[in-house]
Each structure stands twice: as C-alpha cells, then as structure tokens.
Design a protein around this ligand. Sequence first.
Ligand code: PLP
Length: 377
Amino acid sequence: MKFRSRLVVNLDNLSFNYSQIKKMAPQSKVLFMVKADGYGHGMISIVRYSVCELGIKDFGCATIGEALVLREELNDLEFDIYVFSDIQLELLENAEIYLKRRIIPVISNVSELDYILHTDGFQHFPICLKFNTGMNRLGLDPSDASLIINKLKQHRRGSIHHLISHYANASFPMASNERNIAQRDRFNELKNIFREAGIVLERTSQANSGCIEQGYGFEDTHLRAGLMMYGPTSLLPEFSSSGFFQGKTVSSLETYILRTFEVKAGTPIGYGSTLCPYDGLVAILAIGYGDGFSTRYAGAHLYHKGFEGVITGRVNMDMIQVLFPIEAKDHIKAHEIFTIWGKQDGDLLKFSAETKTIPYELFCSLLPRIPRVYRLH
Ligand SMILES: Cc1ncc(COP(=O)(O)O)c(C=O)c1O
C-alpha cells in the first residue's frame, strides 16, 4: 500500500460526462468551472486532460490566484481563463497579470468597467460582463444597461467578449420555477437591448449544471458546466426527473482498514468513549478530519463487501471507527482497500444526503493529505 488514503480520479469518466453534454448541446461550447482546485479533483491535471484530450478551450476560476497558477503551470497549452468573483482589478500588480497572462476578469460592477475603459493597456482587452438577473450576489444591474452601452460607445468598444448571467435556482425546475423564468427573461431582454444598440455579443452564457441538465441555455455560445463534469447531478432529489443527464462520478475516495476487532454491546470506543450499541465488528479506517473527513460525518453509513457499517463515535484526525454487524467478522479484514464513495452509482449522493452536505462540499473539503491519483480506466 503506497498511499494511505487517496482520491482516484478516473479521467475516462470526465470524458464520458463531457460527451454527454456535447450530445445534449452539440452547438454549444463548454466553459469548464475548475475553481477550488477543480472542485477538489486537482485543477492542473483536470485542465491538462481537458485541453489535450477533450479540446475544451475555456476554464473558470474564482480567484486571480487560481488563474495565475493555472496559467503558469500549463504555460505550454492554449486556453482562456476567466476569473469570476475575486478579481481584485484595482491592484496595480493584478492589472499586469490580466494583461500579460491572458486572464479575463468577469466584471460585475460599473466601477470595474470604468477601470477597464480608462486604464492604459486595456483598450483592446476583452470585456466580460456579468449581470445580476435575480441572484442578488454579484453582477451589474440590468437597469444600468443604457449607461453601460453609452460608456462602451464613448470608448469605441463595439462588442462584448462575453455576456454572462448566473442562476440562483438551477437545481429547481427550469420550466416552472418562477425565479428561473424571470432570470431567463431578464437575460434575454438584456441580450436584445445590447444587440439593438449595435453592440456585438461575441459570447453569451447563462447555464450552470442544473440548467444544462434540464436542457436550458443551449441558445448561448457557452455552457458553464461545473459539478456535472465531475459526475453528480446538481438537481435536488425531488426534481431529478426534470434532468436528462446521467453522469459518472469521476472520483472515488479510497482509504484502507488499519485494524478490525470484535466488540460487545456497551464497549467504549475512541475519544469520548462512545458505547457500541450492539455486538459487532469494528473496522478502523485510515481517514479523519486531517484529511478533510469532517467530524459531522459521524453516524453516516458506509458499505464494504455487501455489509452496512456505521461511523461510530467521534471522527478523529487520522482515523474513524466503523461498526459492522457481527456477521461481517469473517469477511472484513485489516489492510483491505475501503471505498467511501465512487464504487456504486449514487453512493456519493447517498453519503452527502446522510451527512447533510452537498457533493460540491464533499469534494472541496478533501485536504492535501489525500493524494489525487489519475487513472484512465
Ligand atoms: C458563475 C458561475 N458559473 C457556473 C458555475 C458552475 O456551477 P455548477 O457547478 O453548479 O455547474 C458556477 C459555480 O458556482 C459559477 O459561480
């Protein structure tokens, strides 16, 4: 056993998920969201594979720091990088980075637009505008559209490189949810306003995973896919029938069994001496909160060789105790690889439902002590 615990990333599954999107929307391009270290899967390897093997040309980060690392590490490849939220355009050193490294900040307020329009060097820089169509987080106010058009015209800017809007409720039905309908209408209106004013929209995008899964946003040039590329649906369980996407989980979280032993009901185990509720077999797994396996996962169920176990007692920094029924005693042994998720369809979603987390969070919370290992099959 070379690794203690690891996240095995199956790149064939990434390719499969991408091909599913392309089947649904052959005309649209994918802007792949790889912020937060590729949703925990390792941004550099994910992007290298996506550029070289899948031909994806656009990637989304949240911070200028992430974008810079991506550009520096993959300097041999050609692709565009967008920074969506933490753009820090006002810092002089960042202006240099945007200009020299082909990193595109997503502008979400008028003062950032003014900065681009008035700062030397940015005369030909691509303008990417994100409008707040109802999410009320970041974004330009649609009522400022005429003001923005005037500013663009004053500076002889006849086009917007990318016009963006983002849904607050794409995990709810796109067809019937009133907020989704209102956001869609507002974005359509905005596109019309700019086009009627003679501003060319080179690229447009509105769809994140939930929206793409339901077949919406395909009239735009780009789809901004995040979670679905990594496999899980982002639709809420009660709305899963609204979606047309059957992804494959790209990652599988593996650890191994350090030790097993039989316990009687009432035996105290681990920190805090939790009493075992019944006779059983305890397996000590080599993963804990030092790996990003949260203390909040205590009580969740895990599966091994067809037996259901429960995380019993406290999650430690380096270990967890999983209590199995006593019938498992001749089957579950020390040193076996133990898969937390990624073995069976739906096990990740089940674990996330039970632990009251979301799949995004499960992925992103894994810490560097978990090596990311890449496989093609
Ligand atoms: C602006 C923007 N677009 C697209 C996405 C991708 O969302 P998802 O992972 O749900 O596809 C995100 C993620 O948060 C985002 O912030």
